[in-house]
Design a protein around this ligand. Structure first.
Ligand SMILES: [Cu+2]
Length: 151
């Protein structure tokens, strides 16, 4: 029975990993969203997929989280924002694949490096507002559990 239990635990770990699809990352980790942080370095090597969330932590009013198109990212132009917030803690859901561009529109901040581009990978199981595929995984796990119990 010890072997079956180990197999069951392994199965549950796998199914939980599959169900917990979306992740949440804090931009800049403990440093947050501010000047003097290299956000290229922060994003480098990280994997983002559809449905994941980015949390920007900063002092209310001192910075903005402004999502822009690539051309406005390159030129630090915040005049055509896709979204904008300055309330101090901004959570952005990466709801579509492709590269997402964020700048701070406080004077001089973007031009000195307060900007972040993240590439978001498509997730076929993602759809806004639901938890797709998790129930199918749970059903499969439950089926295996019954088999193990019978064994
Ligand atoms: Cu700023």
């Amino acid at each position: 029975m010890a072997v079956s239990s180990a197999a069951l635990v392994g199965l549950l770990v796998v199914s939980c990993a599959a169900a917990a699809a979306a992740t949440r990352d804090t931009v800049g980790d403990g440093e947050g969203w501010t000047t003097g942080v290299n956000y290229n370095n922060w994003a480098n090597g990280k994997y983002f997929k559809q449905g994941d969330e980015l949390v920007f932590n900063y002092q209310n009013g001192a910075h903005t989280v402004t999502e822009v198109r690539q051309s406005d990212f390159d030129s630090c132009n915040g005049n055509n924002p896709l979204s904008n917030d300055n309330r101090g803690s901004t959570t952005i859901r990466l709801s579509y694949p492709g590269t997402h561009y964020f700048i701070c529109t406080t004077q001089g901040h973007c031009s000195t490096g307060m900007k972040l581009a993240v590439t978001v990978n498509g997730d076929p199981s993602y759809s806004a507002g639901s938890v797709p595929a998790a129930s199918a995984v749970a059903a499969a796990a439950a089926g295996a559990l019954v088999k193990l119990a019978l064994f």
